[in-house]
Design a protein around this ligand. Structure first.
Ligand SMILES: NC(=O)c1ccc[n+]([C@@H]2O[C@H](COP(=O)([O-])OP(=O)(O)OC[C@H]3O[C@@H](n4cnc5c(N)ncnc54)[C@H](OP(=O)(O)O)[C@@H]3O)[C@@H](O)[C@H]2O)c1
Length: 294
């Protein structure tokens, strides 16, 4: 089985690349960064699909800068939305299953309860709107897809909130964390383990055309509570003088483009695939263990 991963320099693709898939026989990954496959370039994508003839395409490519998206609609709209029509048509043409990632930012955050897949979407940011329009392009044009909506992705790779907290703890640097935005953090290793599970069990995804919420299990938290948990766990390995200071989202971001409460309910996926997802505290402990236990 051949699998193309686009957006190879993304946090998620790095996690997939570094995960041990070796036990699975006859699975070959082909990772392409933006220079090798630009998903907004029809020919670049078509040529690679023709050359590799993959069974599955995992699309990790996206324009993810939430703040800059507000200033330049064209960039996120091109990558997160328009490209996905081409991606759908080309994966249809080459009979490739498409695994794509979307976001909790498709919701406005006013529900105050965990969002289900069927809940009304109403993005409040340009990023969220372009990701939602991209989902619609896939739903309208792809013959075979899974869209996983994920939230608050963390890992040991690139820049993410977990890394930011760890760096401050290590350097004894105080920092502010927002205390009025809530969700359930999601480990990119958990997403990768789910991909492994699908491949290992040869689950037939060839007929699927569906959207699922994928988050870790575990409690809904604010960024502040999330940071406090990371600090508590870090203290089992090292001491730190770093203080975490609570701050409101208005004071911190000076804008209102993030949903207040965007926790996603993952029951549909758990039920459909009979798959257990780790809680996020456990995922944090595993990451710390990997980094600090020698
Ligand atoms: N991070 C989160 O908290 C979060 C939350 C919810 C959903 N998601 C979704 O999860 C997915 C993965 O997110 P991530 O945080 O791992 O992404 P990321 O680290 O921000 O990386 C995105 C990658 O896409 C590449 N890219 C941009 N335009 C491209 C194009 N036209 N063709 C090919 N590649 C292109 C970028 O390349 P360059 O670096 O060269 O520009 C970058 O390496 C995305 O769909 C994102 O929307 C993320």
């Amino acid at each position: 089985m051949k699998i193309i991963v686009t957006g190879a320099n993304s946090q998620l693709a790095y996690t997939i690349k570094n995960y041990n898939f070796k036990k699975l026989k006859n699975i070959n990954f082909f990772f392409y960064n933006k220079d090798s496959i630009d998903i907004s370039n029809f020919d670049s994508l078509n040529n690679k699909l023709e050359l590799i003839k993959p069974d599955l395409l995992i699309n990790c490519a996206a324009y993810t800068d939430v703040v800059n998206s507000e200033k330049n609609f064209h960039l996120p709209n091109n990558v997160n939305n328009i490209s996905l029509k081409n991606l759908s048509l080309l994966t249809n043409k080459h009979k490739v299953t498409l695994l794509h990632f979307s976001t909790d930012y498709v919701f406005d955050g006013k529900k105050n309860d965990q969002y289900n897949e069927g809940d009304i979407t109403n993005p409040i940011s340009v990023y969220g709107k372009t990701k939602l329009d991209g989902e619609k392009n896939i739903v309208n044009f792809s013959n075979n897809f899974i869209i996983l909506r994920i939230s608050w992705l963390f890992s040991n790779y690139k820049n993410n909130f977990y890394k930011f907290v760890i760096n401050n703890l290590k350097s004894n640097q105080n920092f502010y964390a927002v205390n009025d935005l809530f969700s359930i953090p999601t480990s990119s290793i958990e997403i990768t383990k789910f991909i492994y599970f699908i491949l290992e069990n040869k689950i037939n995804i060839k007929n699927l055309k569906d959207i699922y919420h994928f988050t870790n299990t575990g409690p809904v938290v604010s960024w502040y509570q999330f940071a406090k948990y990371i600090k508590e766990s870090y203290l089992s390995y090292h001491s730190t003088n770093c203080e975490i200071l609570p701050i409101s989202s208005n004071d911190f971001f000076k804008n209102n483009i993030r949903p207040k409460y965007s926790a996603l309910n993952n029951k549909k996926l758990i039920y459909k695939f009979k798959y257990n997802i780790e809680n996020w505290q456990h995922s944090i402990n595993s990451l710390l263990n990997m980094e600090f236990k020698s």
